[in-house]
Design a protein around this ligand. Structure first.
Ligand code: SAH
Length: 234
């Protein structure tokens, strides 16, 4: 069976239901994705699971939900605290975090970050596209940008701080679990006062990602791959 195109739709989905999607969704289906009457696709809304859906007319104004393909996975919470970097690198960070399975992204301002602006609408559509493409059934939640000194003290889980000079390899006893976070600094790294402050935070664990200085977006990939390698599914 040909692999069904997976599409996010922000509406309740249930077995045997009929859908009249919003105009812009019908337009995207018929004009952009060239779906026709009888075509099938996989729909998810981030809450109810993945469903096989059938287009009932060429203008894609009516869709029938035929079957459930995958149940909605148990909710997890994996945070990425990513210091804001230049747009292209930040776009890579948003996309890669989605592909690795991050559920919550908090853009961070610190001493050396260059911007504090996040275009929420543009980033949210980037997250949706990344989730569709990597066949996730949830869209990462984009939080408001926060300052490092504000977010860490109030963060409830463990913060795995990717620290290039603190050393500290990521090894088996440093298990990550639902509710924990990965923290990655900006292009210029954290300032020495920030590094000293982070070392004093009881909920922060420094982890090394090898002997070389990685670019922030590379560090996000290396950090998340280790975070999930030692992740204890709750
Ligand atoms: N401080 C460096 C560059 C920072 S790289 C400089 O000034 O050139 C951006 C971020 O990536 C760092 O703040 C850190 O969070 C992470 N990072 C880069 N290389 C790393 C390594 N080898 N181990 C752990 N974290 C690393």
């Amino acid at each position: 069976m040909a692999k069904l195109k997976q599409l996010y739709i922000d509406t309740p989905l249930s077995l045997g239901g009929a859908l009249n999607p919003p105009k812009e969704v019908s337009r995207r289906l018929s004009r952009v994705l060239r779906q026709k009457k009888g075509d099938k696709l996989a729909l998810f809304n981030g809450k109810d699971g993945l469903f096989e859906a059938e287009i009932m007319d060429d203008s894609c104004k009516e869709i029938h939900i035929n079957s459930i393909l995958k149940p909605q996975p148990k909710p997890q919470e994996v945070y990425l605290l990513a210091c804001l970097v230049k747009k292209d690198a930040m776009d890579r960070i948003y996309r890669q975090a989605t592909e690795f399975g991050v559920t919550d992204i908090i853009p961070i301002m610190s001493d050396y970050t260059v911007s504090d602006k996040v275009n929420e609408e543009r980033v949210t559509s980037l997250l949706v596209e990344a989730a569709e493409q990597c066949e996730r059934l949830t869209i990462p939640k984009l939080h408001k940008a926060s300052h490092l000194q504000n977010i860490i003290p109030e963060f409830g889980g463990k913060v795995f701080w990717c620290a290039e000079h603190v050393g500290g390899k990521w090894n088996a006893e440093n298990h990550s679990k639902s509710g924990d976070a990965l923290l990655v600094g900006p292009e210029g790294g954290f300032s020495s006062s920030e590094r000293n402050w982070l070392k004093s935070c009881i909920n922060v664990t420094p982890v090394g990602l090898g002997n070389f200085i990685l670019r922030a977006d590379t560090a996000v990939c290396a950090g998340l791959s280790r975070f999930f390698e030692y992740y204890e599914q709750s």
